[in-house]
Design a protein around this ligand. Structure first.
Ligand SMILES: *Cc1c(COP(=O)(O)O)cnc(C)c1O
Length: 362
């Protein structure tokens, strides 16, 4: 069976050797040595001053909204994982969906501008499939209308612009280190803010708003453990290999599938951009063709994932707003299997099966 993803696991002995340090100290959570070590390593890799390792990629979105004191309407993308929208709802904000760019699948800055009202306070955008949003345009709009910017960078670990991590942009950027993501800590995530004061607030929020007996503000439990940090420290060692293998696999799929009726992620020839090759989306000409192809793949025990589906503006608990581009893409897109030890032979089988199904469709 080939699933859309398979979790990267470091050699067991490497992991247990790190765990032993926590065991010997008898310190397994509450900002321990491994958590601090992982944070230092991540700050250095991402080139950011402030970063906190947290329990997942959802609570960090909530912490971001709280720390920036966001309320009212937030302009966001209809094409992301459901957590992007539910974090807004959970924090009593109203999501206002701006449709996406047909080519990049990221929020369309022109649509942001036309969705702004006097109640708008922020923009929450996702770097979809690890491909960066139009950061310059979004920053310009935010400055003009005095809006805060939060990036859901759950997919964006490893993507660089001019050698600088895409996670270093916005008032706050977040990332997920869930086991399905390119770099993971089993469960986990991080939050990045450039402003010192804001970063301190986030640090306090992460552990209930207090330091020992000094209570500064309300907070939440967004901490993560030594057990999770150990996984992160192990996996970080393999990051160059993980990124290199993704790139190789990604380019192979592209070569196999570029001259078909499928729309693939069209990477620009931009020397400033280092893409992380986190996902390989394929958009079919129609939902029917996608469904037929999924059936054919299923017979060979190959399971791509409809990701993202559905468009978030169509969620049953959302007041309906129309986003034709996002709805159209969400109804026709799947992400193909892409993970560290996926073999060339397996990839070939997947690509050829899709090509055969495409022929049957015609
Ligand atoms: C995975 C993901 C999240 C949620 O992260 P968790 O760590 O699972 O809470 C949020 N947004 C996007 C875009 C994601 O892909």
């Amino acid at each position: 069976m080939i699933n859309v993803t398979k979790t990267f696991l470091p050699p067991f002995e490497k992991y247990t050797a790190l765990l032993k340090r926590a065991w010997d100290k008898g310190w397994i959570t509450n900002n321990g040595e491994l958590v601090q070590g992982l944070e230092a390593a991540l700050r250095s890799y991402l080139g950011v001053n402030h970063l906190w390792f947290c329990s997942n990629g959802t609570v960090v979105l909530q912490m971001a909204l709280k720390a920036l004191n966001i309320s009212g309407e937030v302009i966001t993308t209809p094409f992301s994982y459901v957590a992007t929208t539910t974090a807004l709802l959970w924090e009593n904000c109203t999501p206002v969906f701006a449709d996406i760019d047909q080519r990049t699948f990221c929020i369309d800055p022109a649509k942001i501008e036309s969705a702004i009202t006097p109640a708008t306070t922020a923009i929450l955008a996702t770097h979809v499939y690890g491909y960066p949003c139009d950061i310059e345009a979004i920053e310009k709009i935010a400055r003009k209308h005095n809006l805060k910017v939060i990036y859901d960078g759950a997919h964006a670990f490893g993507t660089m612009i001019d050698g600088r991590s895409v996670l270093s942009y916005g008032d706050i950027s977040t990332c997920s280190f869930h086991a399905t993501k390119l770099f993971h800590t089993v469960e986990g995530g991080c939050i990045i803010a450039n402003d010192d004061q804001l970063s301190r607030q986030l640090f306090l929020y992460r552990s209930f708003g207090h330091l020992a007996d000094d209570h500064f503000s309300m907070g939440i439990n967004g901490k993560n453990s030594e057990i999770h940090a150990a996984m992160g420290l192990c996996n970080l060692e393999y990051l160059p290999d993980i990124l290199a293998s993704r790139k190789e696999q990604w380019l192979y799929y592209y070569e196999m599938l570029e001259d078909t009726g499928l729309q693939l992620l069209d990477l620009p020839n931009d020397p400033r951009l280092t893409y992380n090759y986190a996902y390989f989306p394929a958009v079919f000409p129609s939902t029917e063709e996608m469904m037929t192809t999924l059936e054919v793949l299923k017979k060979k025990e190959i399971f791509p994932r409809r990701y993202f589906y559905p468009a978030l503006n169509t969620l049953p608990y959302i007041e309906q707003q129309h986003c034709p581009v996002a709805e159209s893409i969400a109804n026709r897109v799947v992400c193909l299997p892409l993970y560290f030890d996926l073999s060339r032979q397996e990839q070939k089988l997947i690509a050829e099966t899709i090509l055969q199904a495409q022929k049957q469709n015609i």
